[in-house]
Design a protein around this ligand. Structure first.
Ligand code: ATP
Ligand code: MG
Length: 1091
């Protein structure tokens, strides 16, 4: 490794706290490297102790550690830690499953759904799981007809029992009966666990539910793979715990459960507070966190029901348990004789009574059995008293014996109840056995436990390494021996016969004078040169064994006592004589010859049991589950590197990895190999080759080296199987791709054809839709244009009409004004003429009246003279004549008037008038004839006058009429003027409103909803306006009319451009000239420009 390490390399370096810590190499001097660790420290380490770190390792770790790029301790540890952090508690190492105790419930890992998933999947198809191990064991058992065993090992509290329970649950799920209710075999197997745990488990410092016995459950299956029977074998229950509990541990659970039982049971057994019993109150721990003993008691009884233990038997069982508690409370004091003892006090006597009552034996016999011993000598049988200490030892011995017999009875009962399937040819064994133990004080129990673990490790070694290397030899391949830690020597040291520790212990036990010291001396002497045996300094009876998992120092002082496997005859007799069949059944009478001749020891018995177990294991194919305890605090999420590393080392996991990788971790028979990899060289099928040659062909074709071809198997180096598998996967992948390609082509073509058809349909429909839409748009556009055109025409027409009527109004107004001017002028000249006429008339009349007065004066003078002349003729005649004269005078007046008139008329007709000639004629002497002619003339003048008068009247009337007419016309003219102004005003407003409308129209047309053509309208409007202004200028010179400037008083007029009006007038005139049609067409063109 060292040659791969250079400056900037990422490495693992040993750390006293974290076992291994990663860092970067800063500097290398000779063999020493300076490393900056990831916690910021700088350390110096020897290059040979550094391991490279794979910085490209997946962040979630790898599922199988044999696939780690760098397979070494720190990488393995880091991988486990990484996965543990993600609650991935299971990891493979080859085929070994490593299970790290989560110390927290992970129900999602074990529910029915997960079971179903693993049931369907092949091994390693899914992530590592205890179910995968159960699954492969079951499938291989069914498919290959091989018996299987699953060995669950690990230190105390690492999760062996929990893992075993999961396995059993899964196997029951796999091989259970469909209607899994009531007392089916699988239910009984599962429910045996709580029963055995209640009587065989206790809280220890390492585990709150520590199994104080080993257990091997053999699950038998019928030909169709259903569970048909089961056998439970237990190993070495820790008996000393019954009467000796260290703080803060607890005795077996069943004692506490019974103390928490329903009151009637407690009363029946005269129990109470656990603190009142010596076997329980040696420790201050009575309760367990999260465990309710009362509920557990009921649950245990329910489990007993399922398992097949009757109510009566259950009562008897708990009666015995209660008896043990009472037994423990019997104290002894010195008896009357020397070295004798008796029950200490009333309290003790009560407990003695209770014990005998519960065990249904005689209390005196019980007291005797506890305080006395029979010594059988060839001559006689001597009854010897025991001192109080001896009596207490005897009492504890009895308690331990009763309890261990009770436990054995339970196991036996369960086995009978579940039943064995003698026809079964298939089985899966699950072993849950205590792990390697090393405490401060290690006694006979630890010795046996560690012996078991040595045996199991040996089995593991044999399977993993030895079998492997034996296989190499058998197959006669070239292989170099792979060194591995073989513990055969330790096993021999313990169990060899003769000369092993157990044999020596048995020997010592058989010798009456043996003491722990003599036994230790014997050990020291026998094994002084053994590399696995050591004598610790400063001890007289301790010895140290170098186990595969580490050194353990044992205190041998109790080895002899604990090894002796016998029941005191008094105890045997006492309980055998019990009136309770259950109790007497626990102590059946011993066969006479065996009791005397054969010495039996726990060690020897245990060795035998282990041998049987090993035979069973060897006859099956093993699967290994190594449980790991991540910390000693029993806390979730705490991963103590050093602790885990120790377990991995002692569990042989690291060694297994190393050896496997060093040798040929994979082998396959030729047939298996060809079945699997023939696909890599299909040309082999064309010829007829030996299987061996064919295998070699394939391997050479793929360029592999270092492999070995045995007699019947191909042996591959680490990673070569993976390489071949990769080739195979590639070939399979390519073939699959080809097939997939063809299938996909077909499917795709079909899909394509379908899609094309669909797409053509869609296109057709879409195009139809589009065309309809376009046509609709076009129609709408056309309609819009038509509407616009008509609207514009209408607007234009309306405007034109308005403008035309305005112009006409203006024209009429202007014409009226001109006529009024003319009329006013004419009126003025006519008035003058009339005035002249009147004046002349008045002058003529005044002259006439003057002449008339003169004529009258003349006439009156004349008539007076006539009258005075005729006055004398008769008064009557005078009167008549006077009347006649008056009439004549009147007539003459009239004549005179007529003359006057005729004179006037005459003077009118004949100018200049000769007034003096008329007067002279009148002044001539009147003659009658002349009068008559004058009368006639007067008459004529009168007529003339009359005519003239009539004419004057007519003239006067006409004059008045003319004046009246003139007045009316003046008024009309004024009215017309006012209207013209109004008209101009409204015209201005009209123009403004028109411009407003135009601007609104423009803004509407500019709005986004309008079409593009509408958008283009704005500039046209401006052009149009500009044009119109130009036109107006151009046409102003041609104007037929001129208008007065608008009144400055009008606001509207202030902005009014007279030219515009002219334009309108001009337009109107031109329109009138050109005709409406041409106007329309011109304007239309203009409006089209708008849009
Ligand atoms: N898979 C698991 N999921 C949740 N908790 C677990 C799991 N395995 C173990 N535990 C916890 O760890 C505790 C100890 O486990 P268990 O009793 O199986 O240890 P053990 O190896 O059998 O110890 P011992 O050798 O003392 O009998 C259990 O009580 C349980 O709380
Ligand atoms: Mg256990």
């Amino acid at each position: 490794m060292a040659e791969n390490i250079m400056v900037d390399s990422h490495v693992w370096v040993e750390d006293p706290e974290r076992a291994w810590i990663d860092g970067v190499v800063l500097n290398i001097k000779g063999d020493e490297a300076e490393i900056k660790t990831n916690d910021g420290r700088e350390v110096i380490a020897n290059l040979s102790k550094l391991y490279p770190k794979d910085i490209e390792a997946p962040s979630e770790g790898v599922e199988d550690m044999t696939r780690l790029s760098y397979l070494h301790e720190p990488a393995v540890l880091d991988n486990l830690a990484t996965r543990y952090e993600l609650n991935e508690i299971y990891t493979y190492t080859g085929n070994i499953l490593i299970a790290v105790n989560p110390f927290q419930g992970l129900p999602h890992l074990y529910d029915a759904e997960v079971m179903e998933k693993y049931k369907e999947a092949y091994f390693k198809e899914l992530s590592p799981h205890v179910f995968a191990i159960g699954g492969i064991a079951y499938r291989e058992m069914i498919n290959e007809g091989r018996n299987k065993c699953i060995l669950v090992s690990g230190e105390s509290g690492s999760g062996k029992t929990e893992t075993t329970k999961m396995l059993m649950r899964y196997l029951a799920y796999f091989g259970g009966h469909s209607a899994a209710e009531g007392r089916t075999v699988e239910n009984q197997v599962l429910e045996s666990n709580p029963v055995l745990e209640a009587f065989g488990n206790a809280k220890t410092v390492k585990n709150n539910n520590s199994s104080r016995f080993g257990k091997f459950v053999e699950i038998q299956f019928d030909d169709v793979g259903r569970i048909s029977g089961a056998a439970i074998r237990t190993y070495l229950l820790e008996r000393s715990r019954v009467c000796q509990v260290s703080d803060p541990e607890r005795n077996y659970h069943c004692f506490y459960l019974l103390c928490a039982a329903p009151p009637e049971d407690v009363e029946r057994f005269k129990l109470g507070d656990p603190k009142s019993f010596r076997y329980l109150n040696q420790s201050s721990c009575y309760e367990l966190d999260g465990v309710n003993d009362a509920e557990e008691y009921l649950a245990t009884r329910r489990a007993m029901d399922v398992v097949g233990i009757s109510e009566k038997e259950q009562d008897a069982i708990f009666r015995v348990v209660a008896a043990i508690l009472h037994l423990g409370n019997i104290e002894f004091s010195k008896g009357e004789d020397a070295d004798s003892s008796s029950v200490k006090d009333e309290q003790s006597m009560f407990h003695l009574q209770m014990t005998s009552e519960l065990l249904m034996c005689d209390p005196h016999s019980l007291e005797d059995a506890l305080c006395k011993r029979m010594m059988v000598t060839p001559e006689e049988v001597i009854k010897r008293s025991l001192d109080p200490l001896g009596a207490a030892v005897s009492r504890d011995g009895l308690a331990k014996t009763i309890y261990s017999r009770l436990f054995d009875w339970l196991v036996n009962k369960i086995n009978i109840s579940i039943g064995q399937d003698s026809h079964s040819r298939r089985l899966i064994g699950v072993l849950d056995i205590y792990g390697f133990e090393s405490f401060k004080t290690n006694s006979f129990e630890q010795f046996c436990i560690n012996y078991t673990n040595e045996k199991l490790q040996q089995h593991f070694n044999q399977h993993v390494f030895k079998m492997e290397q034996g296989e190499y030899q058998k197959e006669e391949i070239d292989w170099s021996y792979v060194e591995f830690v073989d513990n055969q020597d330790v096993v021999d040291l313990i169990e060899k016969k003769p000369g092993g520790i157990i044999a020596l212990l048995d020997e010592a036990c058989m010798l009456p004078k043996s003491t722990p010291e003599t036994f230790s001396e014997k050990l020291y002497h026998t094994f002084k040169d053994h590399k696995r045996f050591m004598k610790p300094k400063l001890t007289r009876s301790d010895f140290t064994l170098v186990h595969y998992a580490g050194d353990v120092q044992y205190q041998s002082d109790q080895f002899l006592d604990k090894n002796k496997d016998y029941v005191v005859a008094e105890h045997q007799d006492l309980l055998n004589a019990s009136k309770c069949s259950f109790v007497s059944g626990l102590f059946p009478p011993l066969p006479k010859e065996s009791s005397k001749s054969k010495f039996s020891s726990i060690g020897a018995r245990f060795k035998l049991q282990l041998q049987q177990l090993m035979e069973t294991l060897n006859s099956t194919e093993p699967h290994y589950i190594r449980c790991v305890k991540p910390n000693n605090l029993l806390q979730p999420t705490v991963f103590d590197n050093a602790n885990v590393l120790h377990q991995l080392r002692s569990g042989g996991v690291l060694e297994a990895i190393r050896v496997k990788c060093a040798g040929y971790p994979t082998n396959r028979t030729f047939i298996e190999f060809l079945n699997r990899f023939l696909i890599l060289a299909p040309e082999i099928l064309k010829g007829e080759y030996e299987a061996e040659v064919a295998c070699k062909w394939i391997l050479e074709k793929k360029g592999l080296t270092g492999y070995q071809i045995g007699k019947s198997k191909v042996f591959l180096r680490a990673g070569q199987m993976a390489e071949l598998d990769a080739h195979r996967t590639r070939v399979l992948g390519e073939s699959a791709r080809m097939i997939q390609g063809q299938v996909r082509t077909r499917l795709t073509r079909e899909r394509f054809v379908l899609m094309r058809r669909a797409s053509v349909n869609i296109q057709a429909n879409w195009r139809g839709n589009l065309a309809r839409k376009i046509s609709k748009d076009m129609r709408r556009e056309e309609a819009a244009i038509k509407i616009q055109k008509n609207l514009r025409r209408q607007i234009a027409k309306k405007d034109y009409g308005k403008t035309k009527s305005s112009a006409l109004t203006l024209q009429s107004g202007v014409r009226t004004m001109a006529a009024r001017h003319e009329f006013r002028y004419k009126l003025t000249t006519r008035a003058a003429t009339v005035i002249q006429a009147y004046w002349r008339g008045y002058s003529a009349i005044s002259e006439y009246k003057k002449l008339k007065r003169v004529s009258l004066v003349c006439k009156s003078n004349l008539r007076g003279r006539i009258a005075r002349k005729r006055l004398g003729q008769s008064k009557q005649a005078d009167r008549k004549e006077e009347t006649e004269n008056e009439r004549k005078v009147e007539l003459s007046n009239r004549e005179e008037e007529a003359v006057d008139m005729s004179f006037v008329l005459h003077s009118e007709q004949k100018k200049p008038y000769n007034t003096f000639s008329v007067v002279s004629q009148i002044t001539d002497p009147i003659r009658d004839t002349e009068i008559e002619s004058l009368t006639a003339e007067v008459e004529m003048l009168k007529a003339l006058l009359q005519v003239e008068k009539q004419r004057a009247d007519i003239s006067e009337r006409k004059c008045a009429e003319a004046r009246e007419l003139g007045e009316r016309r003046r008024k009309r003219l004024e009215e017309t003027e006012r209207r013209v102004y109004q008209l101009q005003d409204s015209l201005n407003r009209l123009l403004y409103s028109m411009s407003d409308q135009f601007s609104q129209l423009k803004s509407i047309l500019r709005s986004p909803s309008m079409s593009a053509s509408t958008m283009a309208s704005a500039p046209v409007v401006r052009d149009d306006l500009a044009d119109s202004s130009e036109n107006s200028e151009a046409s102003s010179s041609d104007s037929d009319f001129t208008f007065p400037a608008p009144s400055p008083s009008s606001d509207n007029f202030s902005t009014f451009n007279p030219n515009q009006l002219q334009v309108i007038v001009q337009d109107l005139s031109t329109t009138e000239a050109k005709g409406t049609e041409s106007y329309d067409s011109d304007k239309e063109g203009g409006f089209e420009d708008y849009f």
